[in-house]
Write a new protein. Structure first.
Length: 317
């Protein structure tokens, strides 16, 4: 039986499945393992079921035992893993696409609604019993007719586009490649970020974090937005330069932000906390029972498939 290290606690039925299929070293206390812990604990293992909280950089990967043949990441994103370093060591890296698209798109829409409709202020007012209905109380931005700019039109971006369109938003997107007319659902393609941002009343960041996208939303690019735009991020914190976004909030260049992801999670730039226009969530994108179950099961199945066939359809390196 193959032996695997599971770096984070999974939902119970998924841990049961992992233990049936493998000699699985589970993390029942859900401790956050250091990089050294991961290296030590993977001695004698054939694979690692990692999560986005594990920083698998080149140094860590190079110190993994020879026996490790696969790192199966319990996430669609794999910015936490140095793919090249893994490839050089002959270690396959896999992810969990598709199964989290719907749940993550739901949070993407929630970020848009929460930021546009002043939800943080509304929650505070209701909790404090410090409000009265009036014609101009907490007037927000209506989505109907507003232009939504989607940065990264992959599975999650496309799902957000479909829901937003049903809410009456007009969809624009920027992506490495233009979608075929069968898939674009009437959305307008922009071949540059500048062109997309200049028509985005609301921006939804949906692209993966990579060398090309780190700090793509920065002082310079934020200026492309119309004044009073809303910026949301359901992808990865690394894509946004926080200081620049906080400054744009301060200057009212940006009306509100909706964020689920941050640089250096679980910390976030404390600058956001000063703004009632910041609708912030703690990385809830895929956090439903159905989705977390499906993700963990897929991460387990990816390991099984790799050991059975020497390949895996969700291999990313
Ligand atoms: C969640 O953020 C994921 O990448 O799966």
């Amino acid at each position: 039986m193959k032996k695997i290290l599971v770096t984070r606690k999974l939902l119970k039925e998924c841990e049961e499945k992992a233990s049936k299929m493998f000699d699985a070293n589970l993390n029942s206390n859900d401790e956050l393992y250091s990089q050294n812990n991961v290296i030590e604990m993977s001695q004698g293992c054939d694979g690692i079921l990692s999560s986005l909280t594990d920083k698998m950089d080149a140094e860590t990967i190079n110190k993994l035992p020879e026996s490790i043949k696969i790192i199966s990441n319990f996430a669609v994103g794999f910015g936490n893993i140095d793919l090249e370093a893994a490839k050089k060591r002959g270690i396959a890296v896999t992810n969990t696409p598709d199964v989290l698209t719907d749940a993550t798109a739901e949070i993407g829409i929630l970020l848009i609604l929460g930021a546009c409709r002043r939800v943080p202020e509304g929650i505070q007012g209701a909790k404090d019993c410090n409000w009265k209905w009036s014609a101009d109380y907490l007037i927000g931005k209506q989505l109907t007719g507003a232009r939504l700019g989607i940065l990264g039109m992959g599975r999650i971006g496309q799902k957000i586009a479909r829901i937003a369109k049903s809410l009456g938003m007009i969809i624009h997107y920027h992506n490495r490649s233009k979608l075929s007319p069968d898939n674009d659902n009437g959305a307008t393609y922009h071949d540059t970020l500048k062109s997309l941002m200049s028509v985005s009343d609301v921006l939804s960041v949906c692209c993966p974090a990579s060398n090309e996208t780190i700090n793509l939303i920065n002082k310079e690019t934020l200026e492309y937005l119309p004044k009073g735009a809303v910026v949301t991020n359901v992808a990865r914190g690394d894509i946004v330069d926080d200081e620049a976004l906080i400054d744009a909030l301060e200057r009212r260049k940006v009306y509100a932000v909706g964020l689920d992801v941050y640089k250096g999670e679980p910390n976030l730039n404390p600058g956001y906390l000063k703004y009632k226009q910041a609708f912030i969530l703690p990385h809830l994108g895929s956090a439903t029972k159905e989705t977390r179950t499906a993700m963990a099961n897929l991460a387990i199945d990816n390991i099984e498939e790799y050991f059975k066939t020497g390949n895996c359809k969700n291999k990313v390196n």
